[in-house]
Design a binder for this molecule. Structure first.
Ligand code: PLP
Length: 402
């Protein structure tokens, strides 16, 4: 166990030597186990954010630890110029989960998967639809990452300011507005990229009608439908990927976050005909698809399925949403509850999301605040109703007194 002095020393080092891209909270976690995190003083917290939607199996899952340690002791790295058994097996697994007839590219993060998709869509557009077919349409309030292409795809001006010039050839449309798609998907558009549920924007699910309309208009115009499942993937909303719950199959999907239970990874899964646009030399990565990360991802997917965490996420997600709806009724402090499975957001009536998250942290619950008035709940999928009850009781306290 360490002391407040140790934490103060780390904060000083961090503030002196680490770039200030994050406003960190004055807490240092040193251990995790399932839904629980422990700080340097031994205090326990309930984690209702799982990193940011990364630790779907819960912290320190033994099956992932075992797979990583075993692979680490045999071979850590080999270049993409050689075959790797776990990479090939993981690709087969992802394609199987996607429903077949597809291929995978492995990257190291969600943003990198989106960058790869931008290149793949433009390569495909030129080959299949003609030289000028390179425009990419995305949604307002979307989030696709911080690298320049992904940032341009992101439909939030506040994140783009100061970094212009952005990448040319992007257009944004209002989310959940099918008429806007009809007007935006002109001859020059090769791909439409959407999140099935906008996560970082505040947990705004696409409506069933909107995703089906998007599929239809993409089919009519020969535009690729890309679903960014970086946050919604790996059983967070019940099904392996959220699009399966909507009954809409995309041409391409991007994955990351929950794929290796907290280790850095990203992937593109594309229908065979689309994937065929990439030829050797078109794209690459030093670390993508390495043996350790692929072993971790296979162990993660095995455990998610073995523990039936998709079904569990739906049941506990409903319990959480009902509890939050009850809180809305009792306190008047919540305007709206939305989401699917264990991806839930609320809009607070009086703003103060930062204050509520800080007060919850003091009481031992980790929450994520977005903007002035949104709280996002993305617990590990092992979250139980007992832990939801603990959250609701603390929130009731905090919101009642907010
Ligand atoms: N796409 C979506 C939908 C995301 O939620 C995120 C991250 O929050 C990203 C892409 C970027 O992923 P990463 O932070 O791994 O680059």
């Amino acid at each position: 166990m360490s002391t407040a002095d140790d934490l103060a020393a780390v904060i000083t080092l961090d503030e002196t030597f680490v770039m200030r891209t994050y406003a960190r909270k004055p807490v240092m976690f040193v251990r995790g186990d399932g839904m629980r995190l422990y700080d340097d003083g031994g205090r326990s917290y309930l984690d209702f954010v799982s990193g940011i939607g990364a630790v779907n199996l819960g912290h320190a899952h033994p099956a992932v630890t075992r797979a990583v340690c075993e692979q680490m002791s045999r071979l850590v790295h080999v270049s993409n110029l050689f075959h790797v058994e776990h990479r090939a097996r993981l690709a087969e697994r992802l394609v199987g989960l996607f429903g077949g007839a597809a291929r995978v590219f492995f990257a190291n993060s969600g943003a990198e998967a989106i960058e790869g998709v931008i290149k793949l869509a433009r390569r495909w557009g030129r080959l299949v639809r003609g030289e000028g077919c390179t425009t990419i349409v995305t949604a307002e309030r979307s989030f696709h990452g911080r690298t320049l292409g992904a940032l341009t795809a992101t439909g939030q001006a506040s994140k783009q300011q100061y970094f212009e010039p952005l990448v040319p050839g992007f257009r944004h449309v209002p989310f959940n507005d099918a008429d806007a798609l009809d007007a935006a998907l002109t001859e020059d558009v090769c791909a439409l990229i959407l999140e099935p549920i906008q996560g970082e924007g505040g947990v705004f699910p696409a409506t069933e009608e909107y995703l089906h309309a998007a599929r239809q208009v993409c089919d009519e115009r020969g535009v690729l439908l890309v679903l960014d499942e970086v946050q919604t993937g790996f059983y967070r909303t019940g099904t392996a990927f959220a699009h399966q719950g909507y009954g809409v199959r995309p041409d391409v999907m991007t994955l990351a976050k929950g794929m290796a239970n907290g280790l850095p990874v990203g992937a593109i899964v594309a229908r065979d005909e689309v994937a065929a646009a990439f030829q050797p030399g078109d794209h690459g990565s030093t670390f993508g698809g390495g043996p350790v990360i692929c072993a971790a991802a296979l162990a993660t997917i095995d455990a998610l399925e073995r523990e039936r965490l998709g079904e569990h996420a739906v049941a506990v997600g409903e319990y959480l949403a009902e509890g939050l709806t009850g809180l809305a009724r009792d306190t008047g402090a919540i305007l709206e509850v939305r989401g699917r499975g264990l991806m839930v957001g609320v809009t607070l009536a009086r703003g103060e999301a930062k204050h509520v998250a800080a007060a919850a942290l003091e009481r031992g619950v980790v929450l994520n605040d977005i903007g002035e008035d949104i709280l996002r709940f993305l617990p590990p999928l092992v979250c139980s109703t007992v832990e939801v009850d603990a959250l609701l009781s603390i929130l009731s306290d905090v919101l009642g007194g907010a």
